[in-house]
Design a protein around this ligand. Structure first.
Ligand SMILES: Nc1ncnc2c1ncn2[C@@H]1O[C@H](COP(=O)(O)OP(=O)(O)O)[C@@H](O)[C@H]1O
Ligand SMILES: [Mg+2]
Length: 413
């Protein structure tokens, strides 16, 4: 496998002028080379402390046949006036065709940065220190903006927490939809309109004819998110990245949008990366789960394994802080705060908040321990010499899941 860790610098796409693709020498190109050089010096001055970490063994050496996207050893930092923020510190995962992979973790754990890297829309102060994102025979980390342009939306679509940010406030909703359709398929105006109305129906917008002529502000939050989903679908993507798409919505609307995403996944064979801080949502959506903390995946596995038999203390803490549906009260917030990512901790980043932390947790980063072929966790508690802990949370997950299933059965389909 190509583990080319020397190639540490990739210029963010916003900096990447299309002239860079132009083979001819021209003054502009030289100027961009200057930029590249500056960034490289910066990275050399403040090298990422853990870019050399081995790819953990949970990532199979060769991607299997049903792997459509693979993130390998991804490291991303941001330059800020206060120092270099180590936002993503060695993330690895395989995305399998037709599955929903949920990435879950507290705010600031690096979920959005990871997904933005996949879309090639990182902020201008981002540096990809190392790693690969393999998709469709390409490494997206090396991808030029011109190639991303062909991919973004039409191969990999993305919806965000705030639907207003992806809608044009002064353009009628119908026009935004038909433009996406025409861009993708070169449809004529009339066919595009017909298809747009169908799509609006598919995503559950009542009175599509009337809604077609309205502006985004005339829609409720839930309806706006439906429009954003319809626009994403107009491009017929293979992968849909949903970054906290229901976080801004109230609970009933949230459940409806989740049902819609599940229905569309089934109907269109979509592969989904679903990002959330809410394990309740995960229980409802995930085939596989990656739990993220401080820029790393700390637990990774099939949804049932991670839910029924969680192994990382951070996953326990997340589960404990999940509002119980039965009593509808929040049990406990996770004590403490996430680490400052300008100075990431030396050992297990969760150690300072972990009531089971051992001395080694403050000193050395735990490797990934295998629980079974589909379940891994990076915690020293899984070391054979560590004390055995009884995990008393199991029953709670069970009742939680049962409740979710009951909800599911009652939902429309
Ligand atoms: N443009 C930026 N400049 C500096 N730091 C950033 C930038 N974008 C994100 N970060 C930092 O990167 C870390 C991960 O952010 P993010 O991926 O957005 O978290 P989340 O898991 O909540 O989606 C956070 O510490 C955040 O402050
Ligand atoms: Mg986010």
């Amino acid at each position: 496998m190509d583990k080319n860790l020397d190639k540490k610098i990739v210029v963010n796409q916003e900096f990447d002028d299309t002239n860079l693709n132009n083979e001819q020498e021209n003054p502009k190109k030289l100027q961009i080379k200057g930029n590249l050089f500056k960034r490289k010096t910066l990275q050399e001055k403040y090298p990422n402390p853990d870019t050399d970490i081995e790819i953990p063994e949970y990532l199979s050496l060769a991607p299997s046949e049903d792997t459509i996207l693979r993130v390998e050893n991804l490291h991303i930092s941001f330059r800020t006036p206060n120092g270099i923020v180590r936002a993503v510190r060695g993330v690895n995962f395989d995305l399998k065709k037709g599955e929903t992979l949920c990435i879950v973790g507290e705010s600031g754990s690096g979920k959005s940065v990871t997904s933005r890297a996949i879309m090639g829309i990182l902020a201008g102060n981002a540096i990809i220190d190392a790693g690969h994102i393999f998709y469709d025979g390409k490494d997206l980390v090396e991808c030029k903006e011109k190639d991303f342009y062909a991919l973004r939306g039409s191969k990999i679509g993305m919806i965000f927490q705030d639907p207003l940010s992806s809608l044009n406030p002064i353009m009628r909703v119908g026009k935004q939809l038909t433009e996406a359709l025409r861009l993708k398929n070169g449809l004529d105006r009339e066919t595009a309109k017909k298809r747009a109305l169908e799509l609006m129906k598919e995503v559950g917008i009542p009175q599509p004819e009337k809604r077609f002529k309205q502006y985004p502000f005339q829609f409720s939050g839930g309806m706006r998110q439906r429009i954003v989903i319809a626009i994403a679908l107009a491009m017929e993507p293979e992968i849909l990245i949903c970054d906290e798409p229901t976080t801004a919505l109230d609970v009933t609307i949230q459940a409806q949008i989740l049902d819609l995403i599940k229905k569309l996944k089934k109907e269109k064979g979509l592969t989904i990366i679903f990002i959330t801080h809410d394990l309740g949502v995960v229980a409802n959506m995930a085939d596989r789960i990656a739990v993220m903390y401080a820029g790393k995946i700390v637990e990774y596995g099939n949804a049932s394994d991670v839910f029924y038999d969680p192994r990382h203390p951070y996953t326990w803490a997340l589960l404990e802080s999940m509002p119980s549906l039965a009593t509808s009260k929040r049990l406990s917030a996770i004590p403490g705060t996430p680490p400052n990512m300008i100075y990431p901790p030396k050992g297990d980043a969760f150690a300072a908040r972990n009531r089971y932390a051992m001395k080694i947790d403050f000193e050395q980063q735990p490797p990934f321990f295998k629980i079974n072929d589909n379940h891994y966790a990076a915690t020293w508690l899984l070391h054979p010499d560590a004390p055995k802990l009884e995990n008393s949370l199991k029953n709670r997950y069970e009742s939680q899941r049962k409740l979710h299933h009951i909800q599911e059965d009652n939902s429309h389909e």
